[in-house]
Each structure stands twice: as C-alpha cells, then as structure tokens.
Write a protein that binds this ligand. Structure first.
Ligand SMILES: O=C(O)C(=O)[C@H](O)CO
Ligand SMILES: [Mg+2]
Length: 258
C-alpha cells in the first residue's frame, strides 16, 4: 500500500495551522507536507511533529510575494540574491525539521523576458540550490504545474522539467510528479511514471475536475496506486487536494482505492 502524506495546506484547513498536525495523526497519517513553514519558528513545528509522531516529508522554498501572485523566483534574472537567501532559509528549516526533500518553485516568466533567458536563469539557480543542499543529503524537487491554474509558470509539462533535470546534471535534483497537474497538461500518466520512475522524488495527488480527493473525477487512481506498487515506488504520496466535503468525510478513498 502506498505511503500517503497529508498536505496541511489543503487538508484540515478548518483548524489553525499548528492544530492540523494532531488532526492528521488522529486520521491515520504518519507523515505530512505543506507549502511553507516560514511564518512559524522551526521549533514550534518540530514540537508538533514530535508530539504526534509525524514525519515532515516536503515543503517549498520561499516563493517571493505569494499574496501578490508570485510563484517562485528561480527564473527571475534580477532576483539572484533573494533566491540564494531563499535556499539558505529552506536549508535551515529542513535541517531543523529533518526534511530530506524541498520543492523549488520555478516562477512565472517575468513580462518581457525571453523564455530562453528565464530557462537559463532557472537552470543556474537550480544548480546552485542543489549544490547547497547536497552535503546535507537533501533533494531539490521541481514540479510542472498546469497553466490553467497558474498561467505563465515556467514549467508546465513533465518533459520540460525532465529536460532541466538532465541539463542540470545534479543527482539530488528530482521531479515532483503531481498527477493532477499532469492529467490537466498532458495525460499519459502511467507511461510517464513508468518511464521516469528513477527521476521521481515525490508524487502528489488530486482528481480533476475540481482538484478534490481521488475518486471524485476522471483519473483512475486504483490503477495508478497499483502501478506505483508494481514499480516499487517507495517515496511518499502527498494528498494535495481540496476535500469535496470536509477532510475526514473525504478520506474513504484510501481504503476504497488501495
Ligand atoms: O500547487 C502545487 O501543486 C504545488 O505542489 C506547489 O507546491 C504549490 O503551488
Ligand atoms: Mg503539487
């Protein structure tokens, strides 16, 4: 049976952030992930993980001004200092929270910038980040994100992200394969997973339309979970969906589809 991590940025959102850890454990999760830890001292989050016997498996580098619509800055040529500071901040939290994978959002292509320049900037920044994290045994992940939800995002298809990973030549730079985004952008889920398993460091799930729990839409998750098992995927699967009608009432898919 796959290992599922509760995404605390999308599940249990009726509770304050620090209360979501205990709720996830009570619901049966042994691991969690979320977008950003930076609004809380690492010690407060570590205390929640300890208190509930949970493992933190993923969070993101600081994304720039999220509320203003920024989604990372790795492809922004004029934000090098800020990017390097964001990597250091993520490294410090990852060490304090014993996290082995962090997600670097590539960013939206700045208006007027040639896409080739954005890609070259992103590549150089990812190499820098991967090298800073490697001595600590931390993987850096990049995730293609669908252009319906996030227009202008640099990486939209698995092939684009895999090309960046190949060009970077860093063994700790891996793919975050979000089944929801990939279904919306390209389909070919089984074949893509099968062909690229060695490059996939983390999987995330939601169904479409609606980005709700597995079983609510068009994706055959029973088939995909069996495939991941068959292929020997031993990473975590982040439950990154908006529950259709409450987190607890929407967890039945875990037993129904596995
Ligand atoms: O949106 C997603 O799928 C993610 O995983 C990012 O971390 C946040 O946009
Ligand atoms: Mg995702």
């Amino acid at each position: 049976m796959p290992k599922f991590a509760a995404n605390l940025s999308m599940l249990f959102t009726d509770l304050p952030f620090l209360d979501r850890f205990g709720a996830a454990r009570a619901a049966g999760f042994k691991a969690v992930e979320f977008l950003f830890p930076y609004a809380w001292p690492a010690e407060q989050i570590a205390a929640q993980l300890r208190a509930h016997g949970l493992r933190l498996v993923l969070f993101n580098l600081p994304p720039g001004d999220w509320d203003a619509g920024e989604r990372g800055m790795a492809c922004h040529p004029d934000r090098g200092d800020e990017f390097r500071a964001s990597v250091a901040a993520a490294r410090d939290y990852a060490l304090a929270l014993n996290v082995k994978q962090v997600h670097c959002m590539a960013g939206k292509i700045p208006p007027g910038l040639a896409p080739e320049t954005a890609h070259a900037t992103c590549l150089a920044n990812l190499r820098y980040a991967a090298d800073l994290l490697a001595p600590h045994g931390i993987n850096l992940l990049i995730e293609p994100i669908n252009h319906f939800d996030m227009p202008g995002y640099l990486l939209g298809r698995s092939a684009e992200a895999l090309a960046v990973i190949a060009a970077a030549g860093r063994p700790n730079l891996l793919l975050q394969y979000d089944v929801y985004h990939m279904q919306r952008m390209e389909g070919e889920l089984s074949n893509t997973i099968r062909a690229n398993l060695a490059r996939i460091g983390h999987v995330q799930i939601a169904d479409t339309p609606g980005r709700h729990e597995p079983g609510t839409g068009e994706i055959n998750y029973r088939h995909l979970f069996a495939l991941l098992d068959e292929l020997g995927y031993d990473g975590w699967i982040g439950c990154e969906y908006h529950p259709a009608a409450g987190t607890l009432s929407g967890l039945g898919w875990i037993t129904e589809l596995n």
